[in-house]
Design a protein around this ligand. Structure first.
Ligand SMILES: *[C@@H]1O[C@H](CO)[C@@H](O)[C@H](O)[C@H]1NC(C)=O
Ligand SMILES: *[C@@H]1O[C@H](CO)[C@@H](O)[C@H](O)[C@H]1NC(C)=O
Ligand SMILES: *[C@@H]1O[C@H](CO)[C@@H](O)[C@H](O)[C@H]1NC(C)=O
Length: 491
């Protein structure tokens, strides 16, 4: 038994060791990523409005591990100059961060613009430009203004119009300096966690219908911002804008037709759910027929997957200038043939069980599973299926307990980046930039401060929120400087 475990371990560690000795292309942009609610704090300062996350964590602290919240987080609202200094020390040329919608528009509507909020981002962007760091700005990274939640949040199609107004204000104020925009971050996770399981804000459990409506409204919002940018700003500002989609690579658990089909269905219900409408037009066929058929059996006269009419299909189809991909791990997929359809539910609609091989997880971070080859395979899948022209890996990273010696993170990053490099150099996938998650330890949503994704440590016990480079930050700094993942690259 022990021998088998050792053998398996060697097999998996073996798969970890073939690090590319090539160099990243000169033009490749290395960077780091964060999001407003996870780092800023200053939740009610200088005229900022309340977000649905502020309300969610204050209403019931038990919703987050250890009753924590993002009231102060990394205090980046006050420490942004230090953050730019850290990015400069890392040597990165790209910083992906998000704007807090209610910091700019306190109730989410253009009725009142909060000048202090505009100034905060203006200063940050100016400092980045001065440091030679390209800002990549996410418009929506989950902190919906509370007022808009009270109008129904992502279940109300009007929110797409409010999002358009907000996006226009962002383009007007920052578009001369910001050339890379992300509209909505991870709509899949927002809709699943906020509108199906309910462990994230706004905490709704509507897994049979709300979850699909949320997806439709977020896609309409994304498309609205895209069209506003291209109609009113792109000619002058010459930037690019796209959605950021989170996805995992899916492998059939067993090499049989059943699980091969299951892996395909998992792909369509996760990645295709958002990528198909934007890159190919309309929902994936597999989702339409499956949810349509089940809805009929459940007595509905219409599909729980809200249809797009032709005008909406055309409006969303093609709204991309690149592909923003967040990816952390891979899944093995077991397909359930005879699932009891029971109550309407995204999971029975999908009828797959994603799981991870326990050998993928290190003992000190059992919540994360590492299968580096999945990075290369997923990039190829995205490239070949959606033909996006270019890809930014907008998030990829690893959580630890927060210690400064983080060799497991280095191993993760080295192996994932090596597979990304293989996709570029061996497979011809045009990956042009990479922003690792995350620049620093931060508020990890329902996990509070227990999952630390930073390459930089933040001391949450100190009022100063002192930042300290972890070993991985020094490692990454060297990768950025040499464009090389090993001690010495070939060319
Ligand atoms: C989406 O747009 C592409 C390119 O214009 C087109 O070929 C495709 O048919 C469209 N998809 C749908 C479903 O209309
Ligand atoms: C859905 O129903 C149609 C017509 O009843 C059938 O032809 C098709 O095979 C079904 N598709 C799925 C995925 O169940
Ligand atoms: C916080 O920073 C201030 C100013 O740099 C310093 O005087 C103080 O000792 C620091 N406090 C802690 C707890 O690190």
């Amino acid at each position: 038994m022990r021998k088998l475990i050792v053998l398996l371990l060697c097999f998996y560690l073996g798969a970890f060791e073939e690090i590319s000795t090539k160099k990243f292309p000169e033009s490749f942009l290395f960077g780091a990523a964060t999001a407003a609610y996870q780092i800023e704090g200053g939740w009610n300062e200088d005229g900022k409005g309340e977000s649905m996350w502020d309300r969610f964590v204050h209403d019931d602290p038990s919703r987050v591990k250890d009753g924590q919240n993002g009231d102060i987080a990394c205090d980046s609202y006050h420490k942004w100059q230090e953050d730019v200094e850290l990015l400069t020390q890392l040597g990165v040329k790209l910083y992906r961060f998000s704007l807090s919608w209610p910091r700019i528009l306190p109730d989410g509507t253009p009725r009142k613009v909060n000048q202090a909020g505009i100034n905060y981002y203006r200063n940050l962007i100016n400092a980045l430009k001065q440091a030679g760091i390209e800002p990549m700005v996410t418009l929506y990274h989950w902190d919906l203004p509370q007022h808009l939640l009270e109008l129904g949040g992502w279940l109300n199609s009007d929110i797409a119009n409010y999002f358009g107004d907000y996006a226009r204000i962002a383009f007007e104020n920052f578009g001369d300096d910001v050339k890379l925009w992300a509209t909505v971050n991870e709509p899949k996770t927002t809709c699943l966690s906020g509108y199906a399981y309910g462990e994230m804000a706004p905490g709704f459990t509507l897994p049979g219908d709300g979850v699909y409506k949320c997806a439709k409204v977020q896609l309409l919002a994304h498309a609205k911002a895209y069209h506003i940018y291209h109609a009113e700003f792109a000619t002058k500002q010459k930037g690019r804008i796209s959605l950021v989609i989170d996805a995992s690579y899916n492998l059939p658990a067993l090499n049989n037709d059943r699980d091969i089909f299951g892996a395909q269905r998992e792909d369509e219900f996760t990645l295709g759910w958002f990528a198909h409408p934007v890159y190919l037009g309309d929902w994936p066929e597999l989702m339409k027929t499956r949810i349509g058929n089940l809805s009929k059996q459940q007595g509905y006269s219409f599909s729980r997957l809200p249809e797009f009419n032709q005008e909406e299909i055309n409006y969303i189809n093609g709204t991309f200038d690149f592909f923003g991909l967040n990816t952390y791990t891979s899944n093995l997929i077991t397909y359930i043939v005879d699932i009891d359809i029971g109550d309407p539910n995204y999971f029975t609609d999908k009828s797959t069980i994603p799981w991870q091989d326990s050998n993928w997880a290190p003992s000190n971070a059992p919540w994360l599973y590492s299968y580096p080859l999945g990075m290369r395979k997923l990039l190829n899948h995205v490239w070949n299926t959606y033909k996006p022209g270019s890809i930014y890996v907008t998030e990829n990273g690893w959580a630890t307990d927060g210690s400064l010696e983080d060799s497991s993170r280095i191993s993760y990053l080295q192996n994932y980046m090596s597979n990304m490099l293989d996709a570029i150099t061996e497979d011809g996938v045009n990956v042009v930039g990479y922003t690792t998650w995350s620049l620093m330890d931060n508020f990890e949503w329902a996990q509070g401060y227990t999952q630390k994704f930073g390459i930089i440590h933040v001391d949450f016990d100190s009022p100063n929120r002192t930042r300290t480079f972890k070993t991985s930050a020094y490692w990454y700094k060297n990768v950025v400087a040499t464009r090389c993942l090993v001690e010495e690259c070939l060319d």
